[in-house]
Design a protein around this ligand. Structure first.
Ligand code: CO
Length: 141
């Protein structure tokens, strides 16, 4: 069902400082910040040869990552994102098997403008998993 690792997301207390570290110290290609109001985060993507990092910091007072940062004040790994070719099929299969989808169970639009879902970390060994629908024909060779 799952395909490529699309990204690893890291919650950070200071997005500017984190972006500078990846750009200046680690020499990675770092994109500009963008706000995702629907998800309550501002993100910066970092390109690596084989995957991406998503540096995230809270946006607004009701950010879903505010509690995570309160529990992990220096930041930490927040979720991993796998690509799936058909998100509704994946969701249907997972729910039938008893896995829980966070929120209202319906896909949202993710950071890349594609449909995403989050799976309950208690069902996946303490790891928050994001599934992003990437059609096979859109995947880079
Ligand atoms: Co993500």
């Amino acid at each position: 069902m799952i395909g490529r690792l699309n990204h690893v997301a890291i919650a950070v207390p200071d997005l500017t400082a984190a972006a500078a570290k990846y750009r200046d110290l680690l020499g990675a290609t770092v994109h500009h910040p963008h706000d995702l109001p629907e998800h309550g985060v501002t993100v910066v993507f970092v390109d690596l040869d084989n995957t991406k990092l998503e540096l995230m910091t809270p946006l607004g007072d009701t950010s879903p990552i505010a509690k995570f940062l309160a529990d992990h004040p220096t930041g930490g790994m927040h979720h991993i994102c796998f690509e799936v070719p058909d998100l509704s099929h994946a969701a249907h299969t997972l729910v039938k098997a008893g896995a829980r989808i966070l929120g209202d169970g319906k896909p949202k639009t993710g950071a890349h403008g594609l449909p995403v879902l989050f799976l309950h970390p208690k069902d996946f060994d303490g790891t928050l998993i994001e599934l992003e629908e990437v059609k096979p024909e859109l995947q880079p060779a």
